[in-house]
Ligand binder design. Structure first.
Ligand SMILES: C[S@@+](CC[C@H](N)C(=O)[O-])C[C@H]1O[C@@H](n2cnc3c(N)ncnc32)[C@H](O)[C@@H]1O
Length: 250
């Protein structure tokens, strides 16, 4: 769901609760109970998110937003605190708003599972490299590889830069992977979300050499049959989908 719809959902929940609350408090001639109202808005938003088939974390955010806002106001927190929290979140998760690609990290075992798929002395680019959770262990396991990562969220990029600074054959880059050419890499690794997969395959086919690999963790490219699927312990989030760029793709 695009970001503006999340705002609209919260606004609609608040409006509905205010419309019901106004006659209620008016006829009882009692002051508005903002604590109860915030809980009611949270409950309506939670229900709406449920019916909009949002993933569990969005339901949680919608359910908790209004009550936490009210709680924050009760605690008389300094007004700069919400701004600081917003900035921190925005610097860490801009991809979640702009491209519906949040930050979550590959487990250390992912590098172990990917390593056997990569030819000797080949190159790999992690698009949306997070804090280097894949690249760093891979660099230690496979000193023959040429590794690169590109990330556009400021805080994860900075953390990744610091973590990877001692490995010269690991290029840690700042930028938007949609604007980054893929033709120099034998393998592109991605752990993104369902939203960009179709467009990503289009880009990879246009730019990558035939025979190169696209390895996607957790997310299928719709309508494209993977060359191989590697599952792990029945956890769909750990599944690796391996795609090979066909001949004559460009
Ligand atoms: C799910 S995380 C994966 C992190 C890392 N690849 C890993 O496996 O641990 C996706 C990352 O992609 C980044 N991202 C989203 N859109 C991007 C873009 N257009 N260009 C570069 N990075 C992007 C996000 O900031 C986030 O860090």
């Amino acid at each position: 769901m695009p970001a503006y719809r999340h705002f609209a959902l919260q606004a609609a929940a608040a409006l509905l609760v205010f419309c019901l609350a106004w006659p209620y408090y008016h006829f009882r001639a009692s002051p508005w109970n903002w604590g109860q109202l915030s809980l009611a808005i949270g409950a309506v938003a939670l229900l709406a998110a449920h019916f909009a088939r949002q993933p569990w974390w969005w339901r949680l955010i919608h359910g908790a937003f209004a009550p936490l806002l009210w709680l924050g106001l009760q605690l008389s927190l300094p007004p700069s605190l919400p701004l600081a929290i917003f900035l921190l979140l925005f610097l860490s998760f801009p991809g979640a708003v702009s491209g519906r690609i949040p930050l979550y990290l590959s487990s250390p075992s992912t590098a172990q599972r990917i390593s056997p798929l990569l030819p000797q002395h080949s190159s790999l680019l992690d698009i949306g490299a997070g804090i280097g959770s894949l690249l760093l262990p891979l660099a230690h396991q496979r000193p023959d590889l040429h590794l690169a990562g590109i990330e556009n969220a400021p805080l994860p990029w900075l953390l990744g830069k610091l973590r990877c600074r001692s490995i010269p054959r690991l290029q840690w880059q700042w930028g938007n992977f949609w604007e980054h050419p893929l033709d120099a890499y034998d393998t592109v690794y991605c752990f993104l979300s369902p939203a960009p997969m179709e467009a990503l395959w289009h880009k990879a086919r246009q730019e990558m050499r035939p025979g190169s690999l696209v390895i996607s963790k957790a997310f299928l490219i719709p309508g494209i049959r993977p060359e191989e699927i590697r599952e792990e312990g029945g956890d769909p989030k750990a599944t690796l989908y391996i795609y090979r760029i066909p001949e004559g793709a460009r």
